[in-house]
Design a protein around this ligand. Structure first.
Ligand SMILES: *[C@@H]1O[C@H](CO)[C@@H](O)[C@H](O)[C@H]1NC(C)=O
Ligand SMILES: *[C@@H]1O[C@H](CO)[C@@H](O)[C@H](O)[C@H]1NC(C)=O
Ligand SMILES: *[C@@H]1O[C@H](CO)[C@@H](O)[C@H](O)[C@H]1NC(C)=O
Length: 837
């Protein structure tokens, strides 16, 4: 410090010497002093007295003083030494401003005599002012996008000093982005300019602080500084950046609407609007995707809006863009991969790959009915499908390649039982929980001719009145066939057989379409009582099937025969027959017996006798049933010897047929043994009557024998084994015996009202072998007795049924059922029913 002070003193000394010589030079012309400004008060400018040539004494005496032209007294005269000294602070800048020369003119006055001297003091500049900026703080705002090289003029600093002491240069604190340049404008003013040397980046450095220094050329150099604060204005130069360029998420396909998919996040380093981010889907996002997903524009969260379907789309790729709000808007992108996770949401599906074919009912196992495939839209286990048929099914599934199956038959089919199957197939997947679906496959079974036509009855019984009109419908048989179509179309025919040595086809014919049987004859019961027809029903299948049925035609008796008088015999109706009786006869004397037969049967042959006319009606009476003519009272002498009786014989048919016989009786005196006579008369019938009587006797004899045998055998059998049976019957399983037709004899003791008769049947009555009829003895209660002799062998069962059927009015109780249940149908049977009322 001290050293420096010393150095300054030396400089002041040098300055002094310089001024001194300068003073010398001015005395010649005009006294001129040169001083530097800012000298200390009392500093000597020059020895005025000496320079003006005045003695020291004169200074005082003549009152030397300085009058300033300007108001201010900067100088004064030291009276003692005659020196001009600085009286006040002299600031050149204040006196002369920026002008290069600054001369202060002084008037030096001496009185006695008044003398004026002009003295000039040249004020020399010293570097007493530092450059100064108008403001210490310069604030600039520069956009960060500003191109390099752009210059920003700054306010220049001011240095009141002149010359070399004035402002010379500027310097700038170090900053890589800026440099400084000085531009001289008119008037020599130096204007500093800030030049952008490097592009600004607000995001790196938002504010630049620089120190601008202005330097003058003085010595020592003085400087002034200003603080430059540069705010970098944000420019939208940053793209919003996502945290990840790609997001990967997995979402279950059953995610509900509104479910969060993923949260995307982007950041933008820019400021304000430039950094405000708005999220959206990429410009090329399809409407379909937008219908499924939605994005929150502010938060960037992606939500589920629609429904996911793994089967429709298992993966989605969403372009997300984040845009800031700067101008222009900057945009960043990322991708969101959404993987849809399969859920077992699809039931398996059964697809018919071929339409089900109709199947023949005789199809063997393994016949393919339909081809089926199964599929499930799900994947993995959720898509594994298992097919099932009901446990009891006539069908099976045969797997072929992948998910294909053949539906095949695996059991017997019968169209007649089930003509159409609705096969229910269940498909189940292996998901958890498993889903299943069902499909019904209709399969029609086509007919095969496996059923023969079946008659409604195996045996038909037709009752046909005799004397019918030829061509009338006799009966209609019908057969049905369980098959279908042609296989069920039945046609009827009559199998050829013989009836009384004549082909059956001459008796009847059949309508082949509907089974109506027509008679071609008028039948006479008295000639043909029963015959059978074999009808066949045949279907139209290929090969055709047929079945047979038997139609038993029973001719029903009509009352078409009038009673025929056998006794008393007469050649012609109404002819006389003479009977003799004694006059001595008492009341009740049997005169004669009228015997008549009727070719009809049953009621039509039930004869009754009535006395229609008589010479003396009080004398004779006719038994209504037996035809016996007896006296009512004893014959008296007054009675005519010749009596005439007209006896009417009527049957019980509808209409009633009758005939009459006239009996003439001669009363004789002295006539005896009337009964013997009668027996004689009885034994003396015509040849025909005699034969009948003989047969009758034979029949009765055989009946008696057979009855005994039957009773005996039945008794034995019943005791032995037939405890439960209500009917005592004899069964013989010896077929050899059966073969003998004579053994197949049946005796019927029938009752028809008050009339009782016995029919003895043997073998095949259907063959219409012989029928014997006999008049019973007049005393007997039996009025009719029929014997049917066996002729040929046939199924015994049939015989019984025929018998059963042939007597519709019968009070017989045939145990048909029991008979049918015989272990051997062809066993012979002998049976006697004695249930006479
Ligand atoms: C058909 O298949 C079923 C079931 O597999 C079997 O029970 C039946 O015996 C088979 N029938 C024939 C004729 O093979
Ligand atoms: C059968 O057809 C004939 C002629 O068409 C007809 O007269 C008859 O009544 C039919 N029979 C039946 C049972 O329909
Ligand atoms: C039907 O009768 C005929 C003639 O007697 C015979 O040839 C045929 O086999 C019988 N058909 C049936 C199914 O019994």
């Amino acid at each position: 410090m001290t050293k420096r002070k010393g150095c300054r003193n030396w400089r002041w000394l040098a300055l002094w010497w310089h001024h001194f010589f300068l003073l010398w030079s001015t005395i010649d012309g005009q006294t001129r002093y040169s001083i530097t400004e800012e000298l200390k008060q009392g500093s000597v400018v020059g020895n005025l007295a000496k320079d003006l040539g005045l003695g020291l004494s004169e200074i005082f005496d003549r009152k030397l003083h300085v009058a300033s032209e300007a108001g201010e007294q900067y100088f004064s005269v030291d009276a003692g030494k005659g020196e001009l000294v600085v009286n006040d602070r002299i600031d050149r800048e204040a006196l002369c401003g920026q002008s290069a020369n600054c001369v202060l003119p002084l008037q030096v006055v001496i009185e006695d005599p008044l003398q004026l001297f002009r003295v000039e003091v040249d004020i020399q500049d010293i570097n007493d002012n530092a450059p100064r900026f108008p403001s210490n703080e310069i604030i600039l705002e520069i956009a960060e996008s500003t191109v390099v090289g752009v210059h920003f003029p700054l306010e220049s600093a001011i240095d009141p000093d002149v010359g070399s002491n004035s402002l010379k240069s500027y310097t700038l604190s170090k900053d890589e982005c800026f440099s400084i340049r000085v531009k001289e404008v008119a008037g020599g003013r130096k204007v500093p300019e800030l030049i952008l040397a490097k592009v600004l980046d607000r995001e790196k450095k938002a504010v630049h602080k620089l120190l601008l220094t202005a330097l003058d050329g003085g010595s020592p150099v003085r400087s002034g500084t200003a603080q430059i604060t540069i705010s970098v204005l944000d420019n939208n130069d940053n793209v919003p950046a996502f945290e990840k360029t790609s997001y990967k998420v997995s979402v279950s396909e059953n995610a509900v609407e509104g479910a969060l998919i993923v949260q995307t996040k982007a950041t933008d380093m820019d400021d304000g609007q430039n950094g405000e981010i708005e999220y959206s889907f990429g410009a090329h996002t399809s409407d379909a995707m937008m219908s499924i997903f939605t994005i929150d524009h502010i938060s960037g969260t992606i939500f589920l809006k629609g429904k996911l379907d793994f089967e429709a789309n298992a993966n989605y790729e969403l372009d997300i863009s984040a845009k800031d709000k700067g101008i222009p808007r900057m945009e960043g992108h990322c991708t969101v991969h959404v993987e849809v996770i399969d859920v077992n949401d699809n039931a398996p599906e059964i697809i018919l790959t071929s339409h089900p074919k109709p199947v023949r009912e005789d199809s063997p196992n393994g016949t393919v009915v339909a081809l089926i495939s199964a599929r499930d839209l799900d994947s993995g286990d959720n898509g594994k499908v298992r097919l099932q048929l009901p446990k009891t099914s006539q069908f099976a599934l045969k797997p072929s390649f992948s998910h294909n199956y053949a539906l095949v038959t695996s059991g017997p089919l019968d169209r007649e039982k089930v003509s159409e199957y609705n096969i229910e197939i269940t498909a189940t997947d292996s998901g958890s929980p498993p889903l299943s679906s069902k499909k019904i496959i209709p399969v029609t079974i086509t007919d095969v001719n496996d059923n023969a036509p079946v008659f409604t009855q195996k045996i038909y019984h037709v009752y046909l009145k005799e004397n019918g009109v030829p061509g009338a419908i006799l009966y209609s048989v019908s057969a049905s066939d369980l098959d279908f179509g042609e296989n069920a179309k039945v046609s009827y025919s009559i199998l050829d057989s013989k009836v009384q040595d004549v082909s059956v086809s001459s008796y009847v014919y059949i309508n082949s379409d509907n089974g109506s049987i027509y008679s071609m004859h008028s039948f006479d019961y008295e000639k043909l009582k029963v015959f059978q027809i074999q009808v066949q029903a045949k279907d139209q299948g290929s090969p055709s099937l047929s079945s047979n049925a038997t139609v038993h035609v029973f001719i029903l008796d009509q009352n078409d025969n009038a009673p025929a008088v056998i006794y008393p015999s007469s050649a012609a109706m109404g002819s006389l027959s003479h009977q003799r009786m004694p006059r001595s006869a008492k009341a009740g004397h049997l005169v004669t017996k009228v015997t008549a037969v009727d070719a009809d049967s049953g009621h039509n042959a039930w004869l009754s006798y009535r006395l229609a006319e008589a010479t003396d009606a009080s004398l004779f009476t006719v038994n209504l049933y037996t035809g016996e003519v007896r006296t009512k009272r004893a014959v008296s002498e007054q009675d005519d010897s010749s009596q005439r009786l007209l006896i009417e014989i009527k049957d019980d048919g509808e209409p009633i047929q009758s005939s009459t016989v006239t009996v003439s009786i001669i009363l004789e005196d002295g006539l005896h043994e009337p009964i013997l006579d009668l027996r004689h008369k009885v034994a003396e019938p015509s040849k025909k009557t005699g034969r009948i009587t003989l047969y009758l006797i034979l029949s009765l004899a055989s009946v008696s024998v057979l009855s005994l045998v039957t009773f005996f055998i039945l008794a034995v059998k019943c005791i032995r084994n037939s405890r439960s049976s209500s009917t005592c019957c004899m069964r013989r399983t010896d077929s050899d015996d059966y073969k003998n037709p004579n053994r197949n004899l049946q005796i019927q003791l029938n009752t028809d009202g008050p009339i009782k008769y016995v029919e003895v049947l043997g073998g095949d009555m259907l063959s219409q072998s012989q029928s014997f009829r006999s008049c019973m003895s007049p005393m007997s209660e039996y009025s009719d007795f029929t014997l049917i002799k066996p002729s040929s062998t046939t199924d015994f069962k049939e015989v019984i049924s025929v018998l059963d059927a042939s007597l519709p009015d019968s009070t017989w109780t045939f145990e048909s059922q029991q008979i049918y249940s015989l272990p051997h149908p062809s066993s012979s049977l002998m049976r006697l029913n004695t249930g006479i009322k």
